[in-house]
Design a protein around this ligand. Structure first.
Ligand code: SER
Length: 803
């Protein structure tokens, strides 16, 4: 108000104590100050909170412009460093003990335990006195105060300083003024005055500011008078204000030389008790920084300094060289502080709850798949895999978590998990534990711990059990491959017979026997048990390639058959989520699960197709009935439930892979520091193998569900295309061998024929033999045993040679 008036009167106003950060030169051109704006003090406070690693604070302040604006500035500074004022607790301007008690009691149920008190001088320190009475100056608590505490303490005469016991453990700021000879001398003079009884009050920093301010004004007036000898005032109509008629502002005169005096003030630059004094363009003195003090053992200990250039340090700002405007947390340093607990260990700064107000933890009271979590009907205790995980995780949190489990759901059907999460967001529960899927619409309203189990959505559908089929052995090969394989046995039989017949006694004899030998030889190659050996080089060559082909074909057959016998195949035409959505069949989902909203909102499945199913028995029945008889074509649910469901039911299987990736976590209210600690604990549980143990305890009674693995891949039938290269090779080799054999036979036959003709010329054998006769003779020749022909041929050849 005074600023408004002096503005109109054009009288410069120099304040040594108005620290409200919103007082601006733009609004009040005649207002200047020699004290630091609280915007610096709040930046210092935010650095202090950040230095100790706290994230949330409670602000207690006086509900006037000074208090509100200071706390507003504090909020802004904290936000810059991703910290926040969780609760703002204003006190009435004329507050009394009752107001303080009510305010402090109210704050006890909050989680944060870092209090920042921004108030006016109060020699009785009533806020701290009552806090101590309410047991709020104990080990969990942190009390930080703006400069009102230091100003009050410094201005108390030594005999009142017993009140320091009340402030034990408090950390406060004090405007920093560099040490100087003048300051020391001034303090000595003040002490003199105190001893002489001229003053009772001690000297605080604002006293120094006041002293310097007097010099500021004196110097400016001096310069003003030197330049403009007279001081004149005139009446002005602009001062008349109907609303403020009672104040009779119109009777005040305007200072004509006001702007000149203001100019002289702003031009000042001299060294005062509080350091160098000059005004920056925003008409504030530049920040000299703050001392960080700690009240311990009835004394005020300096634990460090803050300046807007270097942040927190143990060296006074004036001794730090250079201009480091952007300092990091690592650069910050303070000496040890003794906290209200009397220890130097940094308090955690928040509590999850206390035994009087334990944490309210919502637990889903499941109806089906109760292995995960349920309320025991007789003992009303909560049990299950998720409860065990939470209890074990608590052991890894370095502090106690007083809590009370509260059932969510009546146990007659699975509760809505979205509803449970909403209750945490609405502060009906402080947290929720259980098989709660971490999904987007939930992470928007609560904080989740790290997942302790993976739980993507999968599709369950009926499967074929091939093991029951009598003709399963035919399945590995396609019909075409079977035909080609059978044909190749016959062809190989013939080829080998042709190649071996002349030279191998095993392949000779009566036609019936030869036929039997031929085919037995060929088929027994599969088992590598052929009784007959091949003797001709061509036959052996063909056999090598044929046996190689057989090796590949039989091992592929074995592999394919074993996969058919162990891997179940789908009997439904659904091959994945796309074909399921594209079909028009009903889809089952678990009551209460997020799967319902996921199918509706993310996959745009029509609501009429979604059938709620409450238990594994309902799953089984719906799948057996199938889509055309009032059942479902498939069920979409999270993998852990499905694995449990499939454990006893081999007629159903998972189609493809999980089509969403996700996990289960515990839900906490937004910003709850507990979420971080429980997350760390879950990671430790997982790394120590404890998580696996808990899982085995609950799910491996009948064989681990996870061991069943992904038994859903449809084994591929083997087709000719996979082997045609081999068959071709075998065919080429056989044909080549046959051709070579034929050429040799023709050659031998020619020689044999020539020989015969030579011996029979005398008998004038007719040379005009028929072609068919020749062919018969050739076949006869080929059919003869090699030795038989050789008996003739060697004689003839010797004869030929002699000829
Ligand atoms: N786990 C599911 C969910 O969180 C409930 O079955 O929605």
């Amino acid at each position: 108000m005074i600023s408004e008036i002096v503005n109109s009167l054009q009288v410069p106003l120099v304040s040594y104590s108005a620290t409200d950060p919103t007082l601006s030169a733009q609004q009040f051109p005649y207002f200047i100050r020699t004290a630091q704006s609280d915007s610096y003090q709040m930046a210092a406070m935010a650095d202090l909170v950040d230095y100790y690693g706290w994230k949330d604070v409670i602000a207690i302040y006086i509900d006037d412009d000074f208090g509100r604006n200071g706390i507003y500035a504090l909020g802004n500074e904290l936000e810059k460093k991703t910290m926040k004022i969780s609760y703002r607790l204003p006190l009435p301007v004329e507050y009394d003990s009752r107001d303080i008690t009510d305010t402090l009691n109210k704050s006890k149920i909050f989680g944060p335990r870092v209090y920042i008190v921004h108030a006016n001088l109060d020699p009785a320190f009533r806020i701290f006195t009552i806090a101590r009475e309410l047991q709020m100056m104990g080990s969990d608590y942190v009390w930080l105060a703006t400069d009102w505490v230091s100003a009050t303490l410094d201005s108390l005469s030594p005999k009142y300083q017993t009140s320091m016991e009340i402030l034990k453990g408090v950390v406060a700021l004090r405007p920093h003024t560099p040490d100087s000879v003048r300051k020391t001398a001034f303090r000595a003079r003040w002490r003199d005055m105190q001893t002489k009884g001229l003053t009772k009050s001690g000297l605080n920093t604002y006293g120094l500011f006041a002293y310097d301010t007097v010099w500021v004004v004196a110097r400016a007036i001096d310069r003003y008078l030197n330049e403009n000898g007279n001081v004149t005032f005139t009446f002005s109509n602009t001062l008349y204000d109907e609303k403020a008629e009672g104040m009779r502002l119109g009777q005040l005169k305007v200072f004509e030389g006001g702007s000149l005096l203001l100019k002289k003030l702003l031009q000042l630059n001299f060294t005062g008790l509080t350091g160098q004094i000059y005004f920056s363009p925003d008409r504030n003195v530049p920040s000299g920084g703050y001392d960080v003090i700690n009240i311990d053992q009835r004394e005020i200990r300096s634990v460090g300094f803050w300046s807007n250039k270097t942040g927190l340090s143990v060296v006074p700002p004036e001794n730090i060289e250079g201009d480091h405007r952007s300092y990091t947390l690592e650069d910050q340093k303070l000496r040890n502080v003794t906290w209200p607990s009397g220890k130097t260990e940094i308090p955690r700064g928040w509590v999850v709850a206390d035994s009087g107000n334990p944490l309210r933890i919502g637990v889903p009271n499941r109806f089906s798949f109760t292995e995960f979590v349920m309320e025991n009907h007789s003992s009303h205790k909560f049990q299950g895999y998720c409860v065990d995980v939470f209890n074990e995780a608590r052991n890894f949190v370095p502090y106690d978590i007083p809590h009370r489990f509260e059932a969510y759901g009546d146990g007659n059907s699975n509760p809505s998990y979205d509803g449970l999460v909403k209750m945490v967001a609405n502060n009906d529960f402080d947290a929720a534990i259980g098989d709660i899927a971490i999904v987007t619409n939930r992470t928007k309203v609560v904080d989740f711990s790290q997942p302790f189990a993976s739980s993507g959505l999968v599709i369950v559908a009926p499967v074929n059990n091939s093991k029951s089929s009598a003709w399963v052995f035919l399945q590995p090969f396609s019909a075409e491959l079977w035909v080609v394989t059978a044909a190749s046995f016959v062809i190989i039989a013939i080829v080998i017979w042709i190649l071996e017949h002349r030279v191998n006694n095993d392949f000779r004899g009566p036609p019936k026997r030869q036929l039997a030998t031929m085919f037995l030889f060929s088929f027994s190659t599969v088992f590598k048990k052929n009784q007959e050996d091949t003797v001709s080089p061509l036959g052996r060559m063909v056999m090598v390639v044929w046996l190689f082909l057989l090796m590949v074909v039989t091992s592929s057959y074995t592999a394919s058959l074993s996969s058919i016998l162990t891997v179940r195949q789908l009997s439904s035409p659904i091959t994945g989520i796309d074909s399921l959505i594209a079909s028009n069949w009903p889809i089952g989902y678990q009551v209460g699960s997020f799967a319902h909203s996921y199918l509706l909102e993310s996959l745009y499945v029509s609501p009429s197709r979604l059938i709620p199913l409450g238990s594994p028995e309902e799953y089984e029945k719906a799948l057996q009935l199938g889509p055309s008889n009032g059942g479902v074509a498939a069920i979409v649910d999270e993998q852990p439930y499905v694995e449990l469901f499939l454990l006893k039911r081999t007629q159903f299987g998972i189609i493809g892979q999980a089509f969403t990736s996700g996990g289960w976590g515990f839900a906490f209210q937004r910003g709850s520091p507990l979420a971080v600690d429980i997350s760390t604990a879950i990671l430790k549980l997982s790394e120590s193998g404890k998580l696996q143990e808990i899982q085995e305890k609950w799910f491996c009674k009948m064989g681990c569900a996870s061991e069943r693995g992904e038994q859903d891949l449809k084994p591929e039938q083997l087709h000719l295309i996979s082997f045609w290269g081999l068959y071709l090779l075998c065919g080429v080799v056989s044909v080549t061998a046959l051709l070579a054999f034929l050429i040799r036979m023709i050659f031998l036959f020619g020689r044999f024929k020539k020989q015969q003709m030579a011996t029979t010329t005398s008998l004038s054998m007719s040379s005009n033999m028929q072609c068919s006769d020749t062919l018969y003779k050739f076949l006869d020749f080929v059919d003869q045993k090699e030795e038989a022909t050789k008996k003739i041929t060697p004689q003839s050849s010797t004869r030929e040679d002699s000829l």
